[in-house]
Design a protein around this ligand. Structure first.
Ligand SMILES: Nc1ncnc2c1ncn2[C@@H]1O[C@H](COP(=O)(O)OP(=O)(O)O)[C@@H](O)[C@H]1O
Ligand SMILES: [Mg+2]
Length: 248
């Protein structure tokens, strides 16, 4: 689906250069669910900004196999939801930008909620929703254009535990249904293992891929799977590779 070739990225800050990526390479195939796990500040958000095209200041190449649609689900739903728009208008906002009529936008918002069995009072405003529900609104907004790639930047990091469990199931369901290529960033290893087919372990800056781990556990991965010996073994393996690398 796309390739990152010899990526280098440096920020300038107060006269200092901060090198984030130096000769970074990654190849992503269509339909894959890839988890990217790395320490705070290693450049995970930067990577999504570069892939999505929000940030164009880099050296190297990000090559897509065709013209594709990307949706980017930001870490902080509070800053990405429009409080002055109804829930329906938030979800269908990308369709508005694409010139769909009001009626088409409303129908599409209703249909996508029905499709994923999500019950919102669509003509109410986002403040009436819990944090998890607001994050779901931002995910539905990302899905409404049928993207080829979904970029998730730690979408569960500010949710409570029960909502996180619900969202872990919902994201699996959405992926199994849509088969969209997903890049899921996380600093939570359990989350990354629960969702991903492949987990990419990042180092501290300048950021390299320490190792890529395959995760063959069957979907859907419910609470039984999370307690299985395969899950625990994979988690130990990833954590010990990480601690060896950064010498904690
Ligand atoms: N616009 C910016 N200008 C200068 N430094 C930045 C900027 N954005 C991020 N950084 C720095 O780059 C590093 C990587 O940031 P980020 O990609 O947000 O990391 P992560 O998402 O992995 O926590 C951090 O050290 C951060 O302080
Ligand atoms: Mg980040």
């Amino acid at each position: 689906m796309f390739k990152i070739i010899n990526l280098s990225k440096t920020y300038q800050h107060n006269g200092n250069s901060i090198k984030i990526f130096d000769d970074f390479n990654l190849e992503v195939s269509r339909g894959e669910f890839i988890g990217i796990f790395g320490p705070n500040g290693c450049g995970k958000t930067t990577l999504l900004n570069l892939i999505s095209g929000l940030d164009k200041l880099f050296l190297g190449k990000i090559k897509f196999n065709k013209k594709i649609k990307i949706s980017y689900i930001f870490q902080n739903y509070r800053e990405s939801i429009f409080p002055w728009l109804t829930i329906a208008d938030n979800i269908s906002y990308p369709l508005k930008l694409h010139g769909y009529t009001r009626k088409e936008q409303k129908t599409a918002a209703q249909e996508i909620c029905n499709h994923f069995d999500i019950k919102f009072d669509l003509f109410n405003y986002p403040y009436t929703l819990s944090g998890g529900q607001q994050q779901l609104v931002s995910i539905l907004r990302g899905l409404i254009t049928n993207p080829d790639i979904l970029l998730f930047d730690e979408p569960l990091s500010s949710l409570d535990y029960q909502t996180t469990l619900f969202m872990l199931n919902k994201i699996q369901e959405i992926w199994q249904e849509t088969k969209t290529t997903v890049l899921f960033i996380s600093h939570d290893i359990d989350e990354a293992i629960t969702l991903s087919q492949k987990i990419i372990l990042l180092s501290v800056k300048p950021t390299k891929i320490i190792k890529t781990f395959d995760n063959h556990l069957n979907y859907p991965r419910n609470t039984d799977v999370l307690g299985s010996s395969e899950f625990v073994e994979l988690k130990c393996n990833i954590l010990s590779t990480f601690t060896n690398y950064v010498k904690i």
